[in-house]
Design a protein around this ligand. Structure first.
Ligand SMILES: [Zn+2]
Ligand SMILES: [Zn+2]
Length: 190
């Protein structure tokens, strides 16, 4: 049987339980149906990855945020999330749809950091909005990223349920990577 999104399930290795699970919730951390989804969304008890929903205020009308403004947010949020532990991967999605617009994702190197980040963020506000964060089942963002968007050829627009990643300027990215490496190196020496 074909799934509702035309996903190709591997019927040889997929159990009934797997088919009951929401493919997108497990792979991308969110799905467009949210709590009303007909498939199962069961949060992980432990995970190294978190999502913060709609944290970056991209316009819903498609007006693109300037690169300078985006770099500012990226740096701000990255530095904040680094306070909870070492981040292996970090990204922000700029899909036009509500469930993926402005989401922040972080993959930590241990489950404790992810849990602390989630718990802390859930008590806080950003840009005059309360934050909402959750653990996700994601272990590798590569499985969740829309590759076509990366090369400018995703024609699914707001219907696309994979991550449309907005990347910061390469110089900011390398600065942040360097400063994080330095921070953990110096803490390791203490
Ligand atoms: Zn779902
Ligand atoms: Zn796409």
């Amino acid at each position: 049987m074909e799934g509702r999104y035309n996903m190709n399930y591997n019927t040889n290795s997929t159990s009934y339980d797997d088919r009951e699970r929401c493919h997108f919730y497990y792979k991308v951390g969110v799905c467009r149906h949210g709590n009303k989804c007909s498939k199962k969304h069961i949060p992980p008890a432990n995970s190294r990855s978190i999502v913060v929903l709609n944290m970056i205020a991209f316009q819903s009308d498609g007006t693109r945020m300037s690169d300078v403004d985006f770099d500012g947010y990226y740096e701000d949020v990255f530095i904040e999330l680094c306070k909870f532990g070492k981040i292996k991967s970090f990204l922000i999605t700029e899909n036009g749809n509500d469930h993926l617009r402005g989401n922040v994702y972080a993959l930590y190197d241990n489950v404790r950091s992810a849990k602390e980040a989630r718990d802390s963020l859930n008590t806080r506000w950003y840009n005059e909005k309360p934050l909402y964060s959750d653990l996700t089942h994601i272990v590798d963002f590569n499985d969740a990223i829309c590759r076509k968007y990366d090369v400018g050829s995703c024609d699914r627009g707001n219907e696309c349920n994979f991550m449309h990643v907005r990347r910061p300027s390469p110089s900011l990215k390398s600065d942040l990577d360097r400063s994080q490496a330095k921070k953990w190196q110096s803490q390791g020496q203490n």
